[in-house]
Design a protein. Structure first.
Length: 383
């Protein structure tokens, strides 16, 4: 098995810790721990290791599924990793009850891109991936293209909705059409839904569509609780059970602190948290939209807190622009080549508004400085 280096994480490792402002983060600003009771009691494993049964049942209710159809994980990253292992890995690799007929044994994945690299790199390491590319400027999901890419050995169709990096929220009819393709191929539709609850009117989660739907998510992006590392898989019991058996060899159980705080965040505090975060996302989105207009840049109006922006004139590509910004103004953006589109960059706007404004001002200096240099060069040429 071979897996490609994670380009976005390597980019962050190069610049994030020394930079003043992070304008590449794709989640909402982090909540302060003082809002929560932080005493979980005895510092032990979570037992059973798939998570508290009553808490799993309450999460399952959100999808019309049972407690046994939910597995708590270390963030969405582990949820996706375990799901891919379960769907694409060797069915004989993890012992247990015979579930091969329930899950199938396909080794092919259809992945809608651009998207977060882990959603195509991990299945590509376990099996074979066919990409279905979204096309700018609308980045519209095409169920017919998904159907054309699907094969008899397709085990899973992978979509991120709302999409990272574009912020495109694929409409429910397109998602249900993609689900129908999965059903026709006896495969699963896996949707990474970490940004779903930042929408003013969230669509139904894919795990609620039927037996072939799998949802993965966490409290990182929409709730502002990245440090909890708390997420889950919701889907068919056979898939969830196999993922649990793989989890015994990864993180064993979810974080005790994560589960303790998650119960509060998903309980009485949830309405207030989501209202605050949606208001911040909307206010900051408007600020960035005005900033883009001033600099004659373009994006697809995003749902969530990240957008995929065209590169300003005067720069060779997104990477050269982002390097200039971070090296001269200490602001981190994400080059579009990390998502397969070198003529764009990803901007995150979920941080506190004052910090966003300062970051945008600094990026403006780079854009305006490049324009002045270009104008000066043209004037010298004319002389």
């Amino acid at each position: 098995m071979r897996i490609d280096p994670f380009g976005l994480e390597r980019w962050f490792a190069e610049y994030e810790h020394e930079a003043d402002i992070m304008l590449a983060e794709s989640g909402i600003r982090s909540l302060d721990a003082s809002r929560f009771d932080l005493d979980p009691g005895r510092l032990d494993y979570v037992i059973p290791t798939n998570g508290d049964p009553n808490f799993r049942a309450s999460i399952g209710d959100r999808y019309g599924r049972s407690a046994d159809e939910v597995l708590f994980t270390c963030g969405t990253q582990e949820a996706n990793f375990l799901a891919f292992l379960s769907l694409l890995g060797d069915e004989n690799a993890v012992g247990g009850e015979d579930d091969e007929s329930a899950i199938g044994s396909g080794t092919h994945a259809v992945v809608v891109t651009p998207t977060y690299q882990a959603l195509h790199a991990v299945p590509d390491a376990f099996g074979e991936v066919t990409r279905v590319e979204l096309e700018p400027p609308e980045w519209e999901l095409d169920p017919e293209a998904i159907a054309d890419a699907a094969r008899d050995d397709t085990a899973v169709i992978v979509v991120n909705n709302p999409n990272n990096p574009t912020g495109r929220y694929h409409d429910e009819s397109a998602m249900r059409a993609a689900y129908d393709v999965a059903v026709e191929r006896d495969a699963y539709l896996l949707c990474d839904e970490v940004y779903r609850l930042l929408a003013d009117e969230p669509q139904p989660p894919v795990a609620s569509f039927g037996a072939h739907g799998i949802s993965t998510t966490s409290l990182t992006k929409a709730y502002g609780l990245a440090g909890l590392r708390f997420g889950w898989i919701a889907g068919p019991e056979a898939v969830v059970d196999r993922a649990w058996r793989w989890k015994d060899y990864t993180t064993i159980s979810p974080s005790l602190f994560g589960q303790h705080v998650a119960k509060q965040a998903l309980g009485r505090l949830e309405p207030q948290i989501l209202e605050e975060n949606r208001e911040l996302a909307a206010a900051n989105r408007a600020i960035v939209a005005d900033w883009l207009d001033r600099h004659d840049l373009d994006w697809h109006d995003p749902v969530g807190v990240n957008g995929f922006v065209t590169v300003p004139d005067g720069f060779e590509d997104g990477e050269s622009f982002c390097r200039r910004v971070v090296e001269t103004e200490s602001v981190v953006l994400a080059p579009g080549n990390l998502f397969g589109f070198p003529n764009r960059f990803r901007i995150g706007f979920g941080l506190p508004t004052e910090e966003l404004a300062e970051g945008l001002e600094r990026v403006s200096r780079v854009i305006e400085g490049s324009a002045m240099s270009e104008a000066g060069a043209e004037a010298d040429g004319g002389a």
